[in-house]
Design a protein around this ligand. Sequence first.
Ligand SMILES: Cc1cc2nc3c(=O)[nH]c(=O)nc-3n(C[C@H](O)[C@H](O)[C@H](O)COP(=O)(O)OP(=O)(O)OC[C@H]3O[C@@H](n4cnc5c(N)ncnc54)[C@H](O)[C@@H]3O)c2cc1C
Length: 431
Amino acid sequence: MIYNREIKEKYEADVFVAGGGAAGVAAAVAAARGGADVFLAESAGAFGGLGTTGMVPAFAPFDDGVNTLASGIGMEIRRNVSKHVPLKTYWTSIDAEELKREYDRIVTEAGVRFSFFTTVYDVVTDGRRIESVILGSKSGLFSVKAKVFIDCTGDGDLIAFAGGEFLMGDENGTVMPSTLCSVWANIEKPRILPGKENRFIEKAYADGVLKYEDRHLPGFFHREEGIGGGNIGHVFDVDPTDETSLTKAMLRGREYMLEYERYYKEYLKDGFENMTLVSTAPVLGVRESRRIKCDYMLSVDDFVSRAVFDDEIGRYCYPIDIHVKNTDETEYRRFEEEYTKNYKYKKGESYGIPYRSLIPVSFDNALTAGRCMGTDQKMQASIRVMPGCFITGQAAGAAAALARGDGAVRGVSYTDLSKALTELGAYLPNL
Ligand SMILES: Cc1cc2nc3c(=O)[nH]c(=O)nc-3n(C[C@H](O)[C@H](O)[C@H](O)COP(=O)(O)OP(=O)(O)OC[C@H]3O[C@@H](n4cnc5c(N)ncnc54)[C@H](O)[C@@H]3O)c2cc1C
C-alpha cells in the first residue's frame, strides 16, 4: 500500500530531540543552554522514560566511589530529588512523581519547546541528511524540521525509521530480558540483603508457585513509608521493536505480579507479608533494544582497559550487567561471575566515552545518546543505566548546539565541545 498525503510542518527548530528519558532530557537541556532552539517530542505523558513512566525504582551510581562522573545536568537533577539519600551512595531510590516534576522544571526553565503524547513515526531524508521527522499525536500527523536530530528513544526509532544502520542483540538477535516494573505498598523495611531475595526460588518453583525457575531476581527497592519499587520477574524473548511482542510481554509481566506476590508473602516473608500491589508500569521495562551503528562502537575492551579517548565526553563505571538470557542455572552463574567479578571496577576506576560513539554512521546531521548509542552488546549493559544516559545525553545536546549552523556534527571541534561540556559541569579529567 502506498499512502500519500500532505501534512503540516508545525515546528522548525535548531535541534530536534526524540524521546524525553534521562538521555533526551539531558540532551535537550544541554542544547538549549548552549543557545539552540530545541523541540523535544515524547511519546508518554511525562519526562523520564523508564525511570518514571517505566517505574524503574532506583538510580545506579553517579560516581565511581571517588569522582562524580554524571556531573553537570545529571547531578543537578539528582540534587533536587531523593534528598534524604546521600549523594555518594551506590543506589538511590526514585520517587517517580518527584522525579517527573524535577524533569518538568529543568526542561521548562531551559526554554525547550516540547509536547507529550507525540511520537516519531517516520523520517524524511535527503541522502545522508535528515530533513524532518513525521510525528503522530492527538492532533494527527505533523512534521518538525531541524538542523540536527538527536535520537534518544532508547530503541533507536528515529535512526531506524530514517533507514540508518543499527545492530540488535547477540549473534542470534536476542536482547536481554525485559521486566515490567511495579510499585507496592505495605512493605516493612526488609532485613534481607539486596540481591538475596531469590533464596527460596527453587522451592517456589518446585511447588508450582513460580512458572519459571528464574534465579535472577533483582528484587525490591525500598523507598519509605512502606513503599517498595519492584524489579521482579524477567520476560524472555521480547522483541522491543515489535508491538505484538511487546503486547504479549505486558500480559506476561502482569501475570508475574500474582506469582511473585505469593512468593514474597508465603516464602520470603521478612516484611513482605502484607504487601499490596499499587500499580504496574504502563510501559515494559526494556533493558536493551537497537544499538545504533556509530563512528565508534564503545566495546567491552574499552571497559577492560579503562579507556581514555582524545574526544572523551565523559567517563562511567557501572559493571557490565547482562541479565540472564534464560532460566538455566549455568546462565545465572554466568551473570553472577560477570556482574560481581569479571566486569566490576574498584573505587576510582572508570572508562572513557568518545564523542564518536554518539555519531550515527549513516547521517551527517544526527546524534544519539542513552541506551541506543553506539556500543557492543556487553558495553550497552554498563552505559544503559540512568547516570550513563545523563552523561551521553548532555554531550549530544552540547554538540548539537555547536553544530546548529549547518548541522554538521562531525565538524564540531573537540576544543569547543570540551569547553561547552566543562561549562555544563561535565567530568573531563583527561583534557
Ligand atoms: C527493569 C529495569 C530496571 C532498571 N534498573 C535500573 C536501575 O536500578 N538504575 C538505573 O540507573 N538504571 C536502571 N535501568 C536502566 C535505565 O532505566 C534505562 O536504561 C534508562 O532509563 C535509559 O534512558 P534513555 O533515556 O536512554 O531511554 P528511556 O528511559 O527508555 O527513554 C526513552 C524515551 O523516549 C520515548 N520514546 C520512545 N520511542 C519514541 C518515539 N518513537 N517518539 C517519541 N518518543 C519516544 C519513551 O517514551 C521514553 O520516554 C533499568 C532498566 C530496566 C528496564
